[in-house]
Design a protein around this ligand. Structure first.
Ligand SMILES: Nc1ncnc2c1ncn2[C@@H]1O[C@H](COP(=O)(O)OP(=O)(O)O)[C@@H](O)[C@H]1O
Ligand SMILES: [Mg+2]
Length: 238
């Protein structure tokens, strides 16, 4: 069986600067796969390329058996690849519910959309309680919930999350991580980018460590969590 997502020797550049220098990895259906690594490693660039927002200069991306080359971003969403971006990018003046509806902009099944809005409220009750409020009134962690809920509204086959725990309090980070675990338990396939290596590796099936545009180490979440070099470089041990 082929994997849901297959990335092979992917290269992405900004002008002459190569930010992603030939990375290869897979995401199997039902898995949580994480890319970890310090600032500037190329994680966001990778996700933006998978979403069709950046054009690769080399390599292959296959999603659900199909090459994503030359497929525009909005069509990639309709193929089932959703992206909750770094920094969230919610629409602060729109209501929470309208932000969620935006995530379903390609769908025509009204009943299904209503059901999935309800599902987002079940996952994140605070969003339901405040559904008519402007999204800008939410705290950082709640905005992260909204960004994840919005990405789920396209009924993705693969959910990509870019630094969902960034800037959050430890309690809110716990809440976001346990929601990711819950989504995984429900069968959602997730590509998770995190600087919080401990949290990400704890729930990942597979992990890849990125450094300046390359994958330097790969393994199961547990393997990497116990790897000495990972512990030194990313888990603050010496
Ligand atoms: N819009 C851009 N223009 C030029 N260089 C960029 C741009 N975005 C990111 N970079 C560079 O690409 C590299 C990878 O960045 P990024 O993918 O954001 O890393 P990460 O998400 O792992 O922190 C960094 O050296 C960064 O400075
Ligand atoms: Mg980033």
């Amino acid at each position: 069986m082929t994997a849901l997502l297959e990335v092979e020797d992917l290269k992405v550049a900004y002008g002459k600067i190569e930010a992603v220098k030939g990375i290869t990895f897979k995401v199997e259906a039902g898995q949580v796969v994480t890319l970890i690594g310090t600032n500037g490693a190329g994680k966001t660039t990778t996700l933006r390329t998978l979403s069709g927002l950046l054009k690769p200069i080399g390599g292959q991306i296959k999603f659900n058996g199909r090459s994503l080359k030359r497929i525009p971003a909005h069509q990639i969403v309709s193929l089932g690849l959703a992206h909750s971006p770094e920094g969230r990018h919610i629409f602060p003046r729109m209501t929470i519910e309208d932000n969620l509806r935006l995530g379903a902009f390609l769908r025509k099944d009204k009943d299904g959309i209503e059901k999935d809005i309800q599902r987002a409220y079940d996952l994140f009750p605070i969003l339901g309680e405040r559904r008519k409020q402007a999204a800008g009134t939410l705290s950082g962690g709640e905005q992260q919930m909204l960004a994840m809920g919005r990405a789920l509204m396209s009924q993705p086959k693969l959910l990509m999350l870019d630094e969902p725990s960034m800037g959050l309090s430890p309690i809110m980070m716990q809440k976001i991580m346990s929601t990711i675990a819950e989504l995984k338990a429900q069968g959602t396939t997730i590509l998770l980018v995190e600087q919080n290596a401990q949290a990400a590796l704890s729930l990942a099936d597979q992990g890849h460590v990125m450094e300046i545009g390359r994958i330097v180490l790969s393994g199961t979440g547990q393997d990497l969590l116990h790897d000495e070099s990972v512990r030194k470089a990313y888990l603050g041990e010496d």
